[in-house]
Design a binder for this molecule. Structure first.
Ligand code: ADE
Length: 273
């Protein structure tokens, strides 16, 4: 990414700006905004109602419960941006699932507009104003604000400088496609549970291997569906076999285990060490 590129701007369109404003002003997001790494506009959709009563919704055509947000309101709201955004993202449970990969793609953009629905949602013609529709999970919330907050968090932290180095390493470990390894800190013993000795021994290579193995074990137990895209190494495959994965599973995950070192035939020229 070009460091001269300036902040990543989020334009958040909502009927409840007071839900999103503090979110963009506190903690690391607020700090990043003050440092000019991120920029936020929280825009009240009602300001574009085009009527005295600031009414943005109407009953659904064909009848039924609830109210639907009008497409012309959204069109005017988007047109108020000084320049067209790179993406207009409609938050809806019917959208493409939000993933780390999508967060990475969006973090390369300069300006993202996010449309937060309420009531029974938007008139479906709003889809024509959007570049994509995104869902943060298979459940229905009362509006898109919490979904927009998730996207701002996950995308914003990927911009250079928004989080510290230590955090970046952890981000890398999740971007590798595995669940994160467990962390411990003081006290050394809590309710009979101790910190694993390897973490106290100072052997960095051993600690790295232990963390990778823990990440593999957690992912195998909790989210085996992630393993086909995790870029498993031969060493990882051996660990997974030892953890009870089958050879068939490993084949499915595209990482056939290498022959174990003991069974490998040594060529005459290879060093005895
Ligand atoms: N609005 C309501 N539920 C949602 C979800 N799961 N994802 C995105 N936007 C939503």
């Amino acid at each position: 990414m070009n460091p001269e590129a300036g902040p990543l701007r989020f334009s958040l369109f909502t009927l409840f700006p007071e839900l999103l404003l503090p979110f963009t002003q506190e903690a690391l997001l607020g700090k990043a905004a003050r440092q000019g790494l991120l920029a936020f506009d929280v825009i009240q959709l009602r300001d574009f109602a085009g009527n005295r009563h600031h009414k943005v919704d109407s009953p659904p055509a064909g009848g039924g419960a609830g109210m639907v947000i009008r497409v012309d309101v959204v069109e005017r709201a988007l047109a108020s941006l000084p320049t067209p955004p790179d993406e207009v993202i409609l938050l809806t449970p019917a959208g493409q699932p939000f993933t780390q990969r999508l967060a990475e793609q969006l973090s390369e953009r300069q300006h993202l507009a996010l449309l937060c629905g309420r009531y029974e949602g938007f008139d479906t013609r709003v889809e024509r104003l959007a570049t994509r529709e995104v869902s943060i999970g298979d459940y229905v919330m009362m509006g898109g604000e919490a979904a927009a907050a998730c996207i701002v968090e996950a995308v914003g932290r990927l911009r250079p400088g928004v989080i510290g180095d230590a955090e970046s390493h952890r981000a890398d470990s999740f971007s590798s496609g595995l669940l994160d390894y467990p962390e411990y800190t003081r006290p050394p013993v809590w309710q009979d549970e101790t910190i694993p000795e390897v973490l106290l021994g100072g052997n960095h290579a051993a600690i790295e291997r232990w963390r990778r193995d823990q990440a593999l074990a957690r992912t195998l137990a909790r989210r085996p569906d992630l393993l086909p895209n995790a870029g498993l190494s031969p060493e990882d495959s051996r660990t997974l076999l030892a953890l009870g994965a089958t050879v068939e599973q490993l084949q499915h995950w595209h990482a056939p285990p290498p022959p174990s070192p003991k069974r490998r035939r040594r060529s005459p020229s290879s060093s005895p060490l």
